[in-house]
Design a protein around this ligand. Structure first.
Ligand code: ZN
Ligand code: ZN
Length: 721
């Protein structure tokens, strides 16, 4: 796990601003496996060598000089900090990250442990937006521009793409100043036949003013996915405008026999809401509508399920006497979390929505406030229906639409800000040294809603790998940055809040960052052609088809992941073969030119001894076939492309001496075939031996050598931003 954060996104050294005082503690030991530390007989001699723990304004860094290892943890990733009772060897400090990394430090002095503990509680979760990492993050010179990625998505283009405005759907500017609904975007698409009175009336009858609006329009059936919040119906209240609003949606879909109202909540929850003046639609009042409940549980149930899942994962290595729990203990534990049941419920609702749309019926999706379960369901249904959303660019557009534009409480759900101390500078009371503290985990609003969305996408990716342009790494990087607060993209709860924070001017965009590393996210099994002829992607949600996402929840457990995942091996193979094909093309071209030159030479020799065969190729000229300069050029050509690429399997260091962790991508230099890190292939250069003449990845060594040899061809950095 060393250097992990460096390797996933430059979260490392550039962030170190030592102008602010940090904390430095010596004689600290990092325990790799969880079970060591609970052993009461633990003595100093049985511990790993001691190192130094640093706390900077942005990172916790542990340096172990004996093993030449550095462990970097971004402070925004820290979920809980816990002190345990003192052992003979020192004071244990347990840190759990939102990215499912758990670390146990043994700090020899109790006073030091206390200092680190209270500092972490103070700074890991800031109390104001201004303190978030994105406002101080600077990728450093020569990296990407601040504007990169911010103008990638204009949500209006997305509506144009799905064909609105049109005869049935129109743009309304009534929320231009966020007066009707402050968690909705400024511009909304609604049925053309809905009058201003109907829109206002419906907004007034919906929780937080979130009236039914268009989220997606199917290109061939013209059926619509609309989204909203629950009606304020209580036990018997009615609203004529709201009933008309849904009737307008039915009228805007000529093919629709009925409009399905998808209440994603379990029926019991929806009924319980009636007691508080909210609830669900009564079918008798809404003519032509059908209400269908699904059983996606609320944020509190989901949070508790994830906490249990983390416990079960710890269980794998957490018992005192055994290294691993028995099979049945683990499976029973997993069953008790209910996690896969919840994933299934979300997929179930999404598949239902997608199927109704293909059949030509419009749907209106809601939950309580319409920003958690509704976002999950609408986004997943779109993903099943439209192959565009399964491309890298399209998936970003989908997040922009159903999560950012329509509002999702990222600040609370991801716990970006400390909930109970907002505005104030007070730190939480520090508990006595022997007590266990879980201060940050007790927030009522935190919930893995977006994590579940990514999990559902992963289930689809595993079942239908050909349908996705992106790979698992893409989803994991997104998840890391949901919590990192490094970029402004996923900060804030709605469009209005983001504008007020002026994120575009003051922070960098996650999309800009990810677009620089696109090659890492390409799924080699993607088959765009095959997707084009498909109406809908239907996953199998039978219980035996849903799996635990080990790469997400157990990502940091060493030794359980394949050393060389199949798909990255496939990516390397594809790159290598395209390099060889390019080379082959050049060689074939040369052979035919040489043959031609030889023929001419033979003809001219027959005609007279003074004639000389000259020929020109698009890749430089050569003199008469077989001359000395021609032979040396042939050598240059064959030497400039690596025929063999070094196997990545046992390479643990790059030539620049950066260690490869289990999460690092490994690249090849196309010239020498060596295995290098990402930073070492930033430079691209055209090679003499390639027909295409396009700049390809080369290592720093080869790059310098090419430059010394004075090639006049252009040298380009890998990314144009
Ligand atoms: Zn090289
Ligand atoms: Zn390197």
């Amino acid at each position: 796990m060393e250097n992990f954060y460096r390797s996933i996104g430059g979260l490392g050294s550039t962030a170190l601003t030592l102008d602010r005082p940090g904390i430095e503690v010596e004689n600290v030991r990092l325990l790799e496996r969880f079970y060591h530390w609970q052993n009461k007989n633990l003595t100093e001699s049985s511990l790993p060598p001691a190192g130094t723990l640093y706390l900077t304004p942005t990172h916790l860094i542990f340096v172990n000089p004996a093993e030449k290892r550095e462990t970097w943890v971004l402070l925004s990733h820290i979920g809980t900090v816990e002190r345990s009772s003192i052992l003979p060897a020192g004071c244990p400090l347990v840190i759990r990250c939102k990215t499912f990394l758990s670390l146990v430090f043994i700090i020899s002095k109790d006073r030091d442990c206390h200092e680190v503990y209270s500092a972490l509680l103070r700074i890991a979760q800031p109390s104001t937006f201004e303190e978030l990492y994105c406002f101080s993050y600077n990728p450093g010179e020569g990296n990407f521009e601040r504007s990169a990625g911010w103008n990638t998505f204009d949500i209006q283009f997305e509506y144009q793409r799905i064909g609105v405005p049109n005869r049935h759907w129109t743009l309304t500017k009534m929320n231009q100043n966020y007066d009707i609904c402050d968690s909705y975007p400024q511009y909304l698409y609604v049925p053309t036949c809905a009058s201003q009175k109907v829109l206002l009336g419906s907004a007034g009858f919906r929780s937080r003013g979130r009236l039914p609006v268009l989220s997606y329009l199917h290109p061939s059936t013209n059926a619509a996915i609309c989204r909203c919040s629950q009606p304020l119906s209580g036990f018997s209240a009615r609203c004529e405008e709201d009933e008309q609003m849904l009737a307008c949606i039915l009228r805007a879909t000529p093919s629709s026999r009925t409009v399905w109202i998808i209440d994603t909540r379990p029926r019991l929850n929806a009924m319980a809401n009636r007691a508080t003046g909210k609830g669900y639609e009564t079918e008798q009042n809404y003519v032509g509508m059908k209400v269908q409940f699904f059983s996606i549980e609320n944020i509190h149930v989901m949070r508790s399920a994830l906490n249990k899942l983390v416990e079960v994962s710890d269980l794998k290595a957490g018992s005192d006497d055994l290294n691993v729990p028995s099979h049945s203990i683990f499976l029973d534990g997993l069953q008790a979390t209910g996690w896969l049941k919840h994933i299934r419920a979300i997929l179930d609702a999404s598949v239902f929505v997608a199927e109704k749309i293909v059949e030509g019926d419009s749907v209106v999706v809601h939950c309580s406030d319409g920003w958690d379960r509704t976002s999950q369901t609408c986004a997943l249904a779109c993903l099943l229906l439209d192959p565009y959303y399964r491309t890298i660019h399209g998936f970003m557009a989908l997040i922009e639409k159903d999560w950012l534009s329509f509002g999702h409480k990222f600040s609370e759900r991801a716990g970006h800000l400390r909930p109970f101390y907002t505005g104030g500078g007070n730190s939480p009371a520090v508990t006595p040294s022997s007590a266990v503290s879980m201060v940050m985990d007790t927030t009522r609003e935190q919930s893995p809603v977006f994590t579940q969305f990514l999990d559902c996408v992963w289930q689809l990716l595993v079942q239908k790998p050909y349908a996705f342009q992106f790979n698992e790494r893409f989803l994991l990087v997104l998840h890391d940055h949901l919590y990192s607060c490094q970029f402004g993209t996923l900060i804030g709860n709605n469009e209005k809040e983001r504008k007020e924070l002026r994120l575009e001017e003051r922070t960098y965009s996650l999309w800009g960052f990810m677009k620089r590393h696109l090659t890492e996210y390409i799924n080699p099994l993607y088959d765009a052609e095959r997707c084009r002829n498909m109406d809908i992607l239907v996953p199998d949600i039978a219980p035996q088809q849903l799996r635990l996402w080990v790469m997400m929840y157990n990502r940091f457990e060493e030794g359980i992941h394949p050393r060389e995942p199949l798909l990255s091996a496939l990516t390397i193979l594809k790159d290598h073969s395209s390099s060889l094909e390019d080379h082959l093309q050049l060689l074939e071209k040369r052979i035919s030119l040489l043959k031609e030159a030889y023929k001419q030479h033979a003809l001219m020799s027959a005609a007279g001894p003074v004639a000389n065969g000259l020929s020109h190729s698009p890749h430089g000229s050569f003199s008469s076939a077989g001359s000395a300069s021609d032979l040396s050029r042939a050598a240059v050509i064959t030497d400039s492309v690596a025929l063999d690429w070094k196997a990545v399997r046992d390479v643990s260091f790059c030539i620049c001496s950066t260690p490869f962790s289990q999460f690092s991508m490994k690249y090849h230099c196309w010239r020498c075939g060596d295995v290098v890190c990402r930073r070492c292939t930033e430079m691209h250069a055209p090679l003499e031996g390639l027909y295409s003449n396009k700049p390809v990845p080369v290592c720093q060594l080869c790059y310098d050598r090419l430059r010394i040899n004075g090639s006049k061809k252009a040298f380009l950095p890998s990314v144009k931003s």
